[in-house]
Design a protein around this ligand. Structure first.
Ligand SMILES: *[C@@H]1O[C@H](CO)[C@@H](O)[C@H](O)[C@H]1NC(C)=O
Ligand SMILES: *[C@@H]1O[C@H](CO)[C@@H](O)[C@H](O)[C@H]1NC(C)=O
Ligand SMILES: *[C@@H]1O[C@H](CO)[C@@H](O)[C@H](O)[C@H]1NC(C)=O
Length: 559
């Protein structure tokens, strides 16, 4: 149990007045910390020192505390829960300190003006694929499959877009990847072992326009084509692959210290993932066509373990090595390499998925039921999210910028349409007091006015407007301007005086307010700093600063 030193008067006042007085209480702790050691002992009432005393909390229950003369020490475990604050003992140069913090989240102050061609907010810090609610990366589309609201797994457009935006951002912030060629059919050739009944032929493939290896094994046990490698540290395998039915590519991973072997199989199947013992299978589709496969082998291994209910392991990246690569059945392979990362391949997988699965109205329906709040009807499978639309636009605008492929720009523009369709008609638009437009992350009836999802939608609109070029007649620009007017008008209503509201359900549903937990509050602050760089209206920067202060325990003044 941690004891926190407190002046009794202040402590009692704080306990009576509850959270309102936390500031006072805070600064008192600061004073005490600066008091020279020993001065607290220069009190004559030595006999009253360090004895147990009950603290009666609001006349409701008691907590065991300590008394030292005119001071009372409350257990920090109690204070932590009561005020929702955080603390830990840290040591530097052998001196221990207790570090108190009001919130657990971090603010990123933008160093320069937000640019839609650059990183997406702070997404270079995101690692979408490692999240527990990502079942795996699909072998066919190369995008995450979510289990967030549907245990069987479904394509969640927001998550897929975030996966794309994270990889796009990492491509801009991380060092150049290490690339090791395994077999490029040209200067770097692997030495393949071919059993006597199997074949391997090197040839130029006209469809692929590249050198390739053509292989065939038989159904006999021991019929194989494989090559030994010994690669540690880097685990993103990519290659071009053309497979006849019932053929596969397998990668063997070995634990360096323990004698443990894991087999990853990429098979001609439509099944997403299955696993048995040390064998993990990903379906990569059944069509007989060249496909470029890009797989993070460590992620693929971990998702297989999760499927087998094996406990999560720490840093398998440092413990495993790629030991061999096996080809079986009939097919061709080319341009085989292992890299430390392949961010743009993952980014374009997300962009292709978004462009390819967009529906007629420009939307990406969410095919899972979503319970948002107890008092509103569930969103039924097929609902749309303004956040998916906005994130989707952010991905597609960047894909157009990087590739020049106008299909991405057209898809981004098509995605605007649903933002102008009312939630009641299957769209995502709500109106505040019949006057201010709001793009709803969750298009419930009545509306919720979720703040962070709305701002992400605004960013999508901004991204498209900038990337499509200066065009004041742009629909994206008009929707952005309308949304900014709503934001600047409604922002004060999201201010609790000590934090922010996640949404406005207390107004629209008449229920208890939904206060943003610190990571969402920090998201609000980060978003407002970003927008303050695009729009000089002082409400943005002033709100950002005030809300950042709330994270250090500052509060709005009271009467
Ligand atoms: C970023 O993408 C470019 C273009 O695809 C590539 O050349 C570069 O190596 C990538 N860098 C990183 C860090 O991913
Ligand atoms: C793999 O390479 C490492 C050095 O990088 C070496 O220590 C190890 O013995 C090699 N393992 C095999 C099976 O060749
Ligand atoms: C693939 O393998 C399965 C099971 O071994 C077999 O039933 C099927 O006929 C095979 N398909 C082809 C096209 O070889």
């Amino acid at each position: 149990m941690m004891l926190l030193r407190l002046n009794m008067r202040v402590a009692l006042a704080a306990l009576c007045a509850g959270a309102l007085l936390i500031m006072l209480y805070w600064s008192r702790c600061g004073d005490l910390a600066r008091r020279p050691i020993g001065s607290a002992l220069s009190n004559s009432l030595v006999e009253r020192s360090n004895e147990d005393i009950d603290c009666v909390i609001n006349g409701e229950y008691s907590v065991g505390c300590r008394r030292d003369h005119d001071e009372v020490y409350l257990p920090f475990s109690f204070i932590r829960k009561y005020f929702e604050v955080y603390g830990k003992i840290s040591a530097s140069d052998g001196v221990e300190k207790f570090e108190w913090s009001h919130s657990y989240s971090k603010i990123y102050h933008p160093k320069k003006k937000y640019d839609p061609r650059g990183t997406f907010t702070t997404f270079e810090n995101y690692n979408v694929e490692v999240r527990d609610r990502v079942k795996c990366i699909s072998g066919i589309e190369g995008v995450p499959v979510s289990t967030q609201w549907e245990p069987r797994g479904f394509f969640y457009p927001t998550q897929i877009a975030q996966f794309g935006l994270a990889h796009y951002s990492k491509n801009l912030t991380e060092p150049e990847p290490r690339v090791r060629i395994i077999d490029d059919g040209d200067k770097n050739l692997a030495s393949w072992t071919v059993s006597s009944d199997a074949t391997l032929v090197r040839e130029y493939d006209k469809a692929l326009k590249s050198n390739a290896i053509r292989f065939a094994t038989t159904d006999q046990v021991g019929s194989q084509v494989w090559c030994k490698v010994n690669i540690s540290q880097d685990f993103v395998l990519s290659l071009d692959l053309l497979l006849k039915p019932n053929s596969s590519l397998s990668v063997v991973l070995q634990n360096k210290d323990k004698k443990e072997t894991v087999y990853l199989h990429y098979v001609t199947s439509m099944q997403l993932i299955y696993a048995q013992d040390e064998h993990i299978y990903y379906g990569i589709g059944v069509e007989y066509k060249w496909r470029r496969l890009t797989r993070d082998l460590i992620i693929d291994m971990q998702k297989g373990w999760a499927l087998l209910d094996r406990p999560k392991r720490k840093s398998p990246r440092n413990k495993f090595r790629i030991a061999s690569i096996h080809l079986s059945g009939v097919g061709s392979a080319a341009n085989m390499r292992v890299s430390s990362s392949e961010h743009m391949a993952h980014f374009f997988a997300a962009a292709r998925w978004l462009a390819g699965s967009q529906r007629a109205r420009g939307g990406w329906p969410v095919l899972a039921r979503r319970r948002v709040a107890a008092s509103v009807p569930d969103l039924r499978p097929g609902w749309h999210s303004a956040m998916s639309q906005g994130h989707g636009i952010s991905v597609l605008a960047r894909a157009y910028h990087r590739s020049g492929d106008a299909a991405y720009l057209r898809a981004a523009r098509r995605a605007l349409a649903l933002l102008d369709v009312a939630s009641s008609a299957g769209g995502v638009k709500a109106m505040w007091m019949d006057r201010y437009v709001w793009y709803e992350e969750y298009p419930t009836k009545p509306p919720l006015f979720v703040l962070n999802g709305f701002i992400y939608t605004l960013l999508g609109l901004y991204d498209l407007h900038i990337i499509e070029g200066d065009n004041s007649a742009s629909l994206a620009k008009k929707m952005f301007d309308d949304g900014m007017l709503s934001l600047k008008t409604l922002l004060p209503i999201f201010d609790t005086g000590s934090g922010s509201f996640y949404d406005l359900r207390h107004f629209t549903l008449g229920v208890s307010p939904n206060i943003a937990r610190w990571d969402y509050h920090a998201t609000h602050v980060n978003q407002l700093y970003l927008l303050a760089g695009l729009d000089p209206d002082p409400i943005l920067i002033n709100t950002a600063k005030r809300w950042e202060g709330y994270m250090q325990g500052k509060r709005a003044a009271h009467n």
